[in-house]
Ligand binder design. Structure first.
Ligand code: HEM
Length: 443
């Protein structure tokens, strides 16, 4: 009887799906490792040193940049590339059986980010390894884009034009490529005529605006526009306002690169406000939120993330008005990286990844909540105490900084435990795959 055995085309698609899940898992594991060790651990170390010396300049710039690069590209970048490969429409048709392009991209990306971290921290052969790491990273993004374009081209034959969420995600991916080209340009310049692998402060400030606002922020907006109307029960998106927000954001980034920082920060703030309005994030919802499988505070934390985005944008304007105020710029950067990006990832990953990985459910809803709570309390403490301490408004605030770092580190460890627990959940496809293997369809 048909139902007793597996249909011939079913095992092939199951085997391909399992290959793709393995690829996604490799990106997620690399991302988690970058987040915990070179990213958060070094960030906490730096903050303890800064708090001890009561001076923001007590840590080498290269160490701070090593931390930032590991977090933005090692962690967030690996997650986005992995989810990107998994979600490329038609990848299962345009890619080879082994998805070798995905593995080559993973190898180049992981090697590039690791080399960059080692170069910044140990300074060993940095004139060769710094540009080499940048070349690896550019190649990885080019390969990813080539695959995405191929996959989307087939999709576009069926649909007319890109939906707003897809436009945001494509813009974010192009933003990543542009960021990596700037990174490579500066790395080569330093290798030829620099005195250390650390980007000079003037360039670094603008490079960070590009790295953050042109890449993960746009991708986060795209994912929100794609998934949150359903998950949060939001009213229909305002598509034209999304396009306006994207255009204003791009102008803000161009302004940062062209130097008028105040104009740039105001444009980025206006862009963020337009996006929040377009997503209708804080309006009364149309339908109840869907929280099965995740902690019931999921809709609250997504809104908290968007509140952090607005707070971060206001801090950026303040920092542009007072360019010498390192504490204000640092607090604003933390509000966007931890407050917005980390809260988004810690909320969205538990919602989406179990399904992507073919797992029955998230390991623990309580751990999801705990990770979000710890990082958000830590972030609140950090953003307020960094402004007070670095700007010498209150000396007692220096002692709060290590506490904030410890809370955030604990949140990161809890999130990682929850993700690893989810990876170890039994795969849903396992029984069918085993049956297919027994019938000789797949090895
Ligand atoms: C989880 C705990 C974290 C701690 C304790 C931490 C700590 C620090 C410290 C001490 C600095 C130096 C500048 C300053 O004092 O403000 C810094 C800068 C930075 N951090 Fe973090 N951070 C954390 C998380 C993150 C995350 C999640 C991201 C990104 C997703 C990130 C991205 C950055 C960036 C881009 C910089 C600026 C690097 C540069 O100047 O080039 N951080 N962080």
């Amino acid at each position: 009887m048909e139902s007793e055995s597996v249909k011939p085309n079913v095992p092939i698609s199951i085997a391909r799906e399992q290959q793709l899940i393995r690829l996604l898992m490799a990106y997620l594991i690399a991302g988690l490792l970058f987040m915990v060790l070179p990213g958060t651990f070094l960030g906490v170390w730096n903050l303890f040193a800064i708090s001890n010396a009561q001076s923001a300049t007590s840590v080498p710039a290269a160490w701070i940049q090593a931390h930032g690069h590991a977090q933005l590209f090692g962690w967030i970048g690996s997650f986005i590339l992995g989810i990107g490969f998994y979600s490329i429409p038609n990848l299962r048709r345009v890619s080879a059986w082994s998805f070798w392009e995905g593995w080559l991209t993973w190898t180049l990306w992981t090697a590039g980010v690791t080399l960059r971290w080692l170069t910044d921290v140990y300074l060993w052969q940095w004139r060769i390894l710094l540009p080499l790491s940048a070349v690896f990273e550019v190649l990885a993004v080019v390969l990813f884009l080539a695959q995405s374009i191929q996959g989307h081209r087939m999709q576009n034959k069926l649909k007319n034009g890109l939906e707003p969420w897809a436009l945001l995600v494509v813009s974010g991916t192009v933003g990543l490529l542009i960021t990596m080209i700037f990174n490579a340009f500066e790395s080569f310049s330093l290798a030829v005529a620099g005195i250390s692998p650390a980007f000079p402060a003037e360039f670094d400030g603008r490079f960070l605006i590009l790295s953050i606002w042109a890449f993960p922020v746009l991708i986060a907006w795209g994912f929100t526009a794609s998934w949150m109307p359903v998950f949060l029960g939001l009213k229909p998106l305002k598509s034209k306002l999304i396009l306006a927000a994207l255009a204003i954001n791009v102008l803000g980034i161009i302004a940062a690169l062209a130097k008028p920082l105040l104009a740039s920060s105001i444009l980025l703030l206006v862009g963020a406000i337009c996006m929040v309005c377009a997503l209708r994030m804080f309006e009364r919802t149309e339908k109840p939120a869907k929280t099965q499988g995740v902690h019931k505070t999921f809709p609250l934390f997504i809104r908290i993330a968007y509140a952090w985005l607005l707070i971060a944008s206001l801090f950026a304007v303040w920092a542009a008005i007072e360019p010498a105020a390192a504490g204000v710029a640092g607090a604003g950067r933390h509000a966007i990286t931890v407050g917005f990006l980390m809260t988004m990832v810690f909320s969205v990953a538990p919602r989406m990844l179990p399904a992507f990985l073919g797992r029955k459910k998230l390991f623990s809803e309580h751990l999801m909540f705990l990770a979000l709570l710890l990082t958000n309390i830590g972030c609140l403490m950090r953003v307020s105490s960094e402004t007070l301490a670095y700007q010498h408004y209150a000396s007692w605030a220096w002692s709060l900084l290590p506490i904030s770092a410890t809370l955030e580190l604990s949140g990161v460890v809890v999130f990682t435990t929850n993700m690893v627990g989810t990876f170890f959940q039994p795969p849903l496809l396992a029984p069918i795959a085993n049956k297919a293997a027994k019938e000789g369809y797949v090895k």
